[in-house]
Structures are given as C-alpha cells and as structure tokens.
Design a protein around this ligand. Structure first.
Ligand SMILES: CC(=O)N[C@H]1[C@@H](OP(=O)(O)OP(=O)(O)OC[C@H]2O[C@@H](n3ccc(=O)[nH]c3=O)[C@H](O)[C@@H]2O)O[C@H](CO)[C@@H](O)[C@@H]1O
Length: 386
C-alpha cells in the first residue's frame, strides 16, 4: 500500500477549512497508510477544527492584509517573511508528495514555497470570484479545481478543472437521519424545524432578524435551531430559555442539524451553498453584502434563478422577510418544488473528482522525489570524493 505524504493548507474560515478536511478524508480512504499534515494560521479556527477532525496541524504567524489603511498592516512583511521561512522548514521536514491549497491567507506562503521547489501543487477555489491568495497562486500551481464556469478570467485556462466544491462525506446522506436527528435535539415532531446558519463565523444582520421574529416563529408553530456565531453567542444565548429556540455558537455535527431541518435560512458562502444543494431542503438565502465583489449574492443567485431557493438581500429584509417566510412555511407545494430543484443542482462527486486530480499529480511527484533523491545521493558522493 502506497505510503504518501500530503500537506493541506487553507483556513481563516470554515469555507476554506472544511473543503481541505473533505479532500483529506477521501485521500485517507484511498491511501490509508498515508501521512497528512495541515498548515493554517496560528490564531484562526483551523487550529481547533482540524484536530477535531483527527488531523495534525501547524500554525503559521500570518494574517491577511487589511483593505483599509491600518497599523496592523505594518506587521505584514515580517509575518510573511516568518511564514515563508517556516513553510520552507515544514516542506523540507515533511517532504510531501503533493500540496493542496484551499484558500485563505495561510495557504499563500506554503504553496508559494512548495511550487517554487517544484513540488506538485493543486488549489481548490470555492467561489465564482476567487480570493486574493488563490489568484496569486494560480500562475504557479499545477492544477486549479473550481466550482464555477468562467474562472479563466482569473486563472490560466489550461490548469482549470471544473469539479464542484468538496463536501464532507457525512453530509451526503442526511435523508435517512431525519427522525433520529429530531430526537437528538429533543425537537417536537409535529412542529416545523427552522435551521438558521450565519456562515462559519455567524452573521450580525441575520442574528438581529431572527431575534426580531422569534414571536412570529412561535405563532407559525416553528421551532428554531439558531447558529449565531462564536462572537455573538453571549449576546443571544439567553434565548435558550424559550421553549422553541436553541441557540448555538457553532455546530460541530452539521449532518444532524441539516437532517433535522425542514426549512433553512442561510448565508451564501460557497461551501454552505454546495452543502445545501446536497441536503435538498427549502432554503432562504440572505447573502453577506460585505464580501469581495458581492460574491455571496452571485452564489445565491445561481440557485434562486433556477427557482431552487429564495433570496432576500439584507436591504430588503425589513420589507419582505415576514411575508416571504410565512408564505413558505404554509405552502407545502412551494417547499417541495424548492427542495427538488435545489437537489438537482448538487454535485455529489466533487471530492472524488478533485482527488482524481491529486492522483494524477502523485505520478509526477513520485518521479520528482526519485530524481531529488538521486541528486541528493550524487551531492553526498561528490562531497565525500571532491
Ligand atoms: C464572511 C466571509 O468571508 N465568508 C466567506 C467564507 O464563508 P464561510 O466560512 O462562512 O464558509 P461557507 O459558507 O462556504 O462554509 C461554511 C462551512 O462551515 C461549516 N459550519 C458552519 C457553521 C457551523 O456552525 N458549523 C459548521 O460546521 C459549514 O457546514 C460549511 O462547511 O468562505 C466562503 C468560501 O470561500 C466564502 O464563499 C464566503 O463568502
């Protein structure tokens, strides 16, 4: 059995971490004897989430450049230099056969050094508008797996493979768990269950909206599982005293909450959107307006334009939310149509297709590692016999 070594790097938010975990899980199932190392940013959520998923991680001292002029940007050159040096050391020690990047600033220095050392590199871009790290790495890496068409504007066309976004395996089969999941959260079977997701960090405006409408939900016989984000938990946790509300900072068993839900309100981060297609429930998207090129609105429009989800912009919430949500809860036909249409958009083989691309790189990597070993031996022999 092949004993490969893989480095996966990406983080900052769940949208970069969970794709890396999904890819690692698929590689592990194909090559159980392989070794895995994750590389992230030392102060971000990957340092907690990756070990929870059973993988080792090293943290780099790195952060993104702030778009506004701030004092924090002054430290950036030092952080970058330190991360490049640390990346070189990690690569030298671990000797990966392939390096995989899933975006976020932590993956920049590592893939930069790996690609300049001719180690085969693949990046995965989740969005229709790529983040700055992946845009910079695009020229250097071997393969770029994407989820949307039209990315040749940002990346060399010959390197692009359209695979879809990798989604964790346990999310592929939530249908069978509906009853079990409702019981697991002590939910009442005769009531509708609304799941509220604010993206991996939580969403301020969605939290305000949910708080404003708790009475409406009770009136509509709706019970709520509300993921408000770690930053906001102290502000909203007191609503746990209400019988029909469960507030969470972060949910670790997403398969179970997706399974329990009858209707979902969600931000439109790329991985959330891919997961929601697979899960196939009626969704109301409230995209974040605060991301580059308004890419969450584009992610959500790709679904809503096919009558596969509702989309309400933050600016329209006050005028439209109450009416549209109440109509959806009381209209089973509409729920069924949205469920069937969103499910038809799911790309369930994305993780496998990405790992197929990694396998193609492994072939190149083995010969690269052999020639590196030969030249190392030659150098040792030459220095012994000058
Ligand atoms: C504000 C921001 O910059 N958001 C970006 C970030 O979103 P964000 O980090 O929110 O990422 P996504 O919505 O793409 O994915 C969230 C991931 O976290 C998981 N999850 C979420 C909540 C929770 O309680 N438990 C849990 O496990 C979800 O199941 C999913 O796997 O990365 C995405 C992918 O690059 C981008 O499209 C988003 O625009």
């Amino acid at each position: 059995m092949a004993n490969y070594r893989f480095i996966l790097s990406g983080g900052g938010t769940g949208g970069h971490i969970y794709p890396a975990i999904a890819i690692a899980d698929e590689l592990k199932s194909r090559y159980p004897d392989s070794q895995f190392l994750f590389v992230g940013a030392s102060d971000r959520m990957e340092m907690e989430k990756v070990p929870q998923a059973g993988y080792a991680i090293e943290g780099l001292w790195i952060s993104g450049i702030q778009r506004k002029l701030t004092l924090r940007n002054l430290a950036f050159p030092f952080k970058l230099m330190s991360s490049l040096l640390r990346s070189r050391k990690i690569l030298k020690t671990f000797k990966p056969h392939v390096v995989i990047g899933t975006g976020g600033f932590a993956s920049g220095p590592l893939l930069q050094v790996a690609s300049s050392n001719n180690i085969p590199c693949l990046i995965q871009e989740q969005n229709s508008y790529p983040g700055i790290t992946n845009r910079l790495l695009g020229k250097k890496v071997d393969v770029i797996c994407v989820a949307y068409e039209g990315l040749e504007t940002y990346f060399p066309k010959s390197k692009i493979k359209i695979t879809g976004n990798p989604v964790r395996k346990d999310l592929l089969s939530v249908e069978d768990k509906h009853i079990k999941a409702k019981d697991a959260f002590s939910l009442i079977h005769s009531k509708y269950t609304l799941l509220v997701l604010g993206g991996s960090l939580g969403a301020r405006r969605i939290n305000e909206l949910i708080e404003q409408h708790l009475e409406l939900f009770e009136f509509l016989n709706v019970q709520v599982i509300w993921q408000c984000g770690k930053l906001y938990y102290d502000q909203y946790k007191h609503h746990n005293t209400l019988k029909h509300v469960q507030v969470n900072a972060f949910i670790n068993n997403m398969d179970m909450v997706y399974a329990a839900a009858d209707i979902i309100i969600s931000r439109a981060g790329a991985i959330s959107v891919s997961e929601l297609c697979i899960v196939g429930k009626p969704v109301v998207f409230i995209p974040s307006p605060n991301v580059a090129e308004d890419h969450q609105t584009k992610n959500a429009q790709a679904i809503s334009s096919k009558n596969a989800a509702l989309l309400i912009s933050e600016k329209d919430l006050d005028d439209h939310f109450e009416h549209e949500f109440s109509e959806l809860v009381t209209n089973e036909e509409k729920q069924k149509t949205l469920s069937a249409n969103i499910k038809a958009l799911a790309l369930v083989n994305a993780t496998k297709d990405i790992v197929d691309e990694v396998e193609k790189l492994l072939a190149r990597s083995s010969s690269h590692q052999e020639s590196a070993a030969v030249s190392e031996t030659k150098q040792t022999t030459m220095s012994k016999n000058p």
